[in-house]
Design a protein around this ligand. Structure first.
Ligand SMILES: [Zn+2]
Ligand SMILES: [Zn+2]
Length: 280
């Protein structure tokens, strides 16, 4: 696995590569704008140029963004859904200019309208977004969720359903979050269940769709449906799942981005040290 992390863009996106350099990582996830805003003003030409220079200088090989938490492609309210479409198009336009491989998206929340209804509405929304971003190289990566509230995407069947109903489904990938998967009831704690989980993923979604990971442990117990990230090895997952992932030849060239908290144990340095020790 190619180790990476969600890095800060404080002061501008073009500052992100230097933050990665400090951590000695070659894969970064960023917010390409304030994640609490619907649409932001376009990126300055100068910042985009400096971003590309910095990416090259630092030698970053994998780069993605995480979309705004406001986006809900199956919002029952039409106005909210319209805003979500505009916002995702905006994210993809930024992503294309920055040369990102993927824009990571939480599929959506059906807000009690029902799961089937929600999955279909998400696919219809993706069709519209794809039409409005024809020819773009950057892909939407659907992230598996913990299944909190009415969030969709907490089963492999949900991800499959969205892809099957989306016309240009080859423009979709999956980001597998280890914390979310565990909270949603996909175990990775022994070699046996680890293999079961990913062969189930392969059977239902297709392992080639799994193009990036979010590497997080969880503060909550198995099947909690809660989304609370913890440092690697400190939570319910423990160290073994990460050992398995790092040794898995299927994921040798797949990037894994840390989204662990900054606390008494430290920041990403803590997790990267552990993961690097496991990798050798
Ligand atoms: Zn995540
Ligand atoms: Zn999460």
């Amino acid at each position: 696995m190619i180790l990476g992390a969600h890095v800060s863009t404080q002061g501008g996106v073009d500052n992100a590569p230097a933050n990665a350099e400090e951590l000695d990582i070659k894969a970064i996830q960023i917010f390409s704008k304030n994640q609490r805003q619907w649409v932001a003003k376009p990126l300055e030409e100068e910042a985009v140029n400096r971003w590309h220079e910095e990416m090259k200088r630092v030698g970053i090989t994998h780069q993605v963004s995480h979309t705004s938490y406001l986006i809900n492609l199956c919002a029952p309210d039409d106005e909210k859904r319209e805003k979500s479409l505009d916002s995702l198009v905006d994210e993809l336009e930024r992503g294309e200019r920055l040369g990102l491989t993927h824009v990571v998206l939480h599929p959506g929340s059906h807000l009690k309208e029902g799961e089937e209804w929600g999955l279909t509405r998400i696919a219809e929304s993706l069709d519209i977004v794809h039409e409005r971003t024809a020819g773009f190289k950057v892909k939407v990566a659907l992230e598996n969720t913990a299944g909190q509230g009415t969030n969709l995407g907490y089963t492999f069947e949900h991800l499959k359903s969205i892809m099957e109903q989306t016309r240009e489904h080859e423009r979709l990938a999956v980001c597998y979050d280890t914390c979310h998967g565990f909270s949603a009831g996909y175990d990775l704690r022994t070699k046996e269940v680890y293999e079961q989980t990913f062969s189930e993923f392969d059977r239902i979604v297709g392992i080639d769709r799994l193009q990036l990971f979010h590497l997080n442990d969880t503060k909550k117990e198995f099947g909690s449906k809660k989304d609370r990230h913890d440092h690697i090895g400190q939570g319910g997952l423990g160290l073994d799942p990460f050992r398995f992932l790092l040794a898995d030849p299927r994921f040798e060239k797949v990037p894994g981005y840390l989204e662990t908290p900054e606390d008494d144990l430290g920041g990403y340095e803590y997790d990267l040290k552990l993961l690097r020790e496991m990798q050798v």
